[in-house]
Ligand binder design. Structure first.
Ligand SMILES: Nc1ccn([C@@H]2O[C@H](COP(=O)(O)OP(=O)(O)OP(=O)(O)O)[C@@H](O)[C@H]2O)c(=O)n1
Ligand SMILES: C[C@](O)(CO)[C@H](O)COP(=O)(O)O
Length: 230
């Protein structure tokens, strides 16, 4: 039975503004996507990685990542979609078609390139333990306000019950397939499972699993990972 990681990597990276697709942006010489795939395989739990690549760079991504797979595993590359959810859907369909023994599916943003392999292994372990859907989370450290359309505060939710959500998000393959067949929308994959009536379990995330979104995030990553690792 295979653990397959889907890696949505087709975003344009407009908020980063680097002038190339964000997944290909190097941090200290190594592209974010390469780092993300290396982390998945370093967890020791993942056999196959399916990358939804920027449509203009499918061949380049294939060449850059093919050799990262361990013996018995493989990296698959396809063209991503217009939105993140389209990219994940395409990668999931590909995985279920070409890797028939897929039992556990991870969905992991290329933009979370520095996620520690231990977090990835913890997510897989929790799915193996019987949870249908598992997400890594961190506590919220700022006070959060809900505001209306003109910026006036409406309420202050109790942050004790709030969590920041990271990836990889892990699923029983059948659970994720059912969620994507439901036709509902959400900003993360576990949100689809939740809206489809499923239960989502949490495990501790890690600060290094931050999503590289802005130039500030990139500068933090370059400083933290200068010379290899923090
Ligand atoms: N059509 C898309 C959009 C996003 N992603 C991926 O989803 C992850 C999370 O998206 P985000 O960090 O928001 O990336 P971008 O969409 O590239 O960012 P921006 O909104 O700034 O353009 C990234 O790994 C990104 O490559 C994708 O595969 N396909
Ligand atoms: C999946 C995700 O990374 C969890 O935090 C996040 O929802 C992706 O957000 P995006 O900015 O819409 O890509």
């Amino acid at each position: 039975m295979s653990v397959v990681a889907l890696v949505p990597a087709a975003g344009r990276g407009e908020r980063l503004g680097y002038g190339m697709p964000k997944a290909l942006v190097p941090v200290n010489g190594v592209p974010l996507l390469t780092r993300a795939v290396q982390g998945l395989f370093a967890s020791g739990q993942v056999q196959h990685v399916v990358i939804a690549a920027p449509p203009s760079d499918v061949d380049l991504v294939h060449t850059a990542t093919a050799s990262l797979a361990p013996v018995g595993g493989a990296v698959h590359v396809l063209s991503g979609g217009a939105e993140r959810t389209d990219s994940v859907r395409l990668a999931l369909e590909h995985a279920l078609r070409v890797i028939p023994d897929t039992s556990i599916v991870l969905v992991h943003d290329a933009a979370r390139a520095f996620t520690p392999p231990e977090v990835i292994a913890d997510v897989v372990a929790a799915v193996r333990d019987g949870h249908d859907a598992v997400i890594p989370v961190l506590p919220v450290t700022d006070t959060i306000k809900q505001v209306d359309e003109v910026g006036v505060v409406v309420s202050t939710p109790d942050r004790a019950g709030l969590r920041v959500v990271q990836t990889p998000q892990g699923f029983r393959a059948e659970t994720l397939k059912a969620a994507y067949c439901s036709g509902i929308a959400a900003t993360d994959d576990a949100g689809l499972v939740e809206k489809n009536g499923g239960q989502v379990h949490t495990v501790p995330g890690h600060a290094h699993a931050m999503k590289i979104t802005t130039p500030f995030d990139l500068a933090v990553a370059e400083a933290l990972f200068a010379g290899g690792s923090a």
